[in-house]
Design a protein around this ligand. Structure first.
Ligand code: NAD
Length: 423
């Protein structure tokens, strides 16, 4: 595997994981494989300095990134992450997975991603706003409603999208609602967007469970990450009759074999921002989460969580990747050998970008749809995409991950070939 000169990736880094996934799909791309270098390097990567005045009058500098991995099929699309571990390499991998994901569900987008290396929990609301506005101004030279459209990711939300939309609009003298998605409803946001990623995890999980004969009624589910994605997916699984028997987030790991009450869980999450203070559940060591007896496991926190060692201990029959890049390539092999079915991130968590696309379309037409219309259209897109991926997996006898890459990379590289090389 060859690396770009400005990287020093390790075997567990997300960019290394992504490159391994590309290498695995090449034998299934026929003559298009000769364009494969296009998949292995981002089109454009911007690193920006984000200086802001802190509340105590001092000046702090943050590192910001925006990477556009591939724009062959349309403008860039991808979230913005605020986290102390954000690096250029992580953002590159996340942007590449966005390219694959958008193509997997056949949205007219390329892939992009952004992030700021910071601890947002240590910032006041005003500092968070100043950092967001300065970051938006700095990356303003490459984003725009027809160029690259950010959205929420880890530790970013509708309020941050509102500040980004306002900053971009002020800088361009427009009301550019289409520059970001995941906005509050009265600023051109879409009904159903907040829970769309979790809903997509549920829809793909429901379809996968049906295909392997796993009844959701009474199924035991373990969820890592009870943020936007994990909590919305958990709520829908409980509505379908499943039980959430284990949850983990940055505040603790809880188990309850009879199943958590999701209404109460959501109240605590809203109040405390974490599950740590939920009463009546057993508390276990974080590492013991991977030994929990369950039928479905949903990693919905960060990448690199399922190592080969943990993959050997997982009891679930079905893994639904709510998070991006939660499984290392070697762990993928272990799960495959053990007969554990993995619905990969690049299709499993595509519900968010699908409703982001609906939001962008609604903003352009200034005509808004009902939540039912959105959920029905989302369901159909996810089911149809998974059906095609499943057929591809069966035809070539490959994993769902490689099949998703095969379907998506074919679309990306056909677009690449048809557009031709410039100049
Ligand atoms: P979020 O910030 O709302 O939630 C993140 C969750 O992860 C929180 O519950 C946090 O406590 C937990 N967490 C953080 N560090 C942890 C650790 N070390 N161990 C256990 N839990 C930990 O973020 P989100 O938007 O729900 O995103 C979660 C994942 O889903 C990310 O990988 C993200 O890229 C992916 N994703 C998000 C969206 C979206 O629409 N928000 C779309 C597609 C994919």
């Amino acid at each position: 595997m060859s690396y770009l000169s400005y990287l020093t990736p390790t075997a567990t880094s997300p960019w290394h994981t992504y490159l391994s996934q590309v290498d695995r799909v090449l034998p299934y791309l026929g003559s298009l494989a000769h364009w494969s270098e296009t998949l292995k390097r981002p089109k454009r990567a911007l690193i920006v300095d984000v200086p802001i005045e802190m509340d105590d009058g001092s000046v702090a500098h943050f590192e910001g990134f925006r990477v556009q991995h591939n724009l062959s099929r349309g403008p860039g699309k991808g979230g913005v992450r605020y986290h102390p571990d954000v690096t250029l390499e992580e953002v590159m991998a996340l942007s590449a997975w966005m390219t694959v994901k958008c193509a997997a569900v056949n949205l007219p987008y390329g892939g992009a991603k952004g992030g700021i290396r910071c601890d947002p929990k240590a910032l006041s609301l005003k500092e968070l706003e100043r950092m967001t506005r300065r970051y938006t101004s700095e990356i303003g030279i490459i984003i725009g409603p027809q160029r690259d459209i950010p959205a929420p990711d880890v530790n970013t939300n509708g309020q941050i999208m509102a500040w980004m939309m306002d900053t971009y609009s002020m800088n361009t003298g427009t009301t550019a609602t289409g520059v970001v998605t995941g906005k509050p409803i009265h600023l051109g946001g879409s009904l159903g967007r907040v829970k769309a990623t979790g809903r997509g995890v549920f829809v793909t999980g429901r379809e996968a469970a049906r295909r392997i004969g796993l009844n959701l009624d009474g199924a035991r589910v373990a969820v890592q990450g009870m943020g936007n994605v994990g909590s919305a997916a958990a709520e829908l699984f409980v509505q379908a009759g499943a039980k959430i028997v284990a949850m983990q987030d940055h505040t603790g790991t809880l188990v309850l074999p009879s199943g958590f009450d999701m209404l109460k869980t959501m109240e605590v999450l809203k109040r405390d921002g974490g599950i740590g203070n939920i009463e009546g559940a057993g508390r276990i060591d974080g590492e013991a989460f991977w030994d929990v007896d369950c039928d479905i496991l949903i990693p919905a926190a960060l990448e690199g969580q399922i190592t080969p060692e943990r993959a050997n201990r997982i009891k679930a029959k079905l893994v639904l990747e709510g998070a991006n890049g939660p499984t290392l390539p070697e762990a993928d092999d272990v799960l495959g050998e053990r007969g554990v079915l993995v619905v990969p991130d690049v299709i499993c968590n595509a519900g968010g970008v699908t409703v982001s696309y609906f939001e962008w379309v609604q903003d352009f037409s200034s005509f808004f749809w009902s939540e039912d219309e959105i959920n029905v259209r989302l369901d159909k897109i996810m089911v149809d995409a998974l059906k095609k991926i499943w057929e591809t997996a069966d035809r070539h006898k490959i994993s769902l991950r490689t099949a998703t890459f095969a379907v998506a990379c074919e679309r990306i590289l056909i677009a690449r070939e048809e557009r031709g090389l410039y100049p």
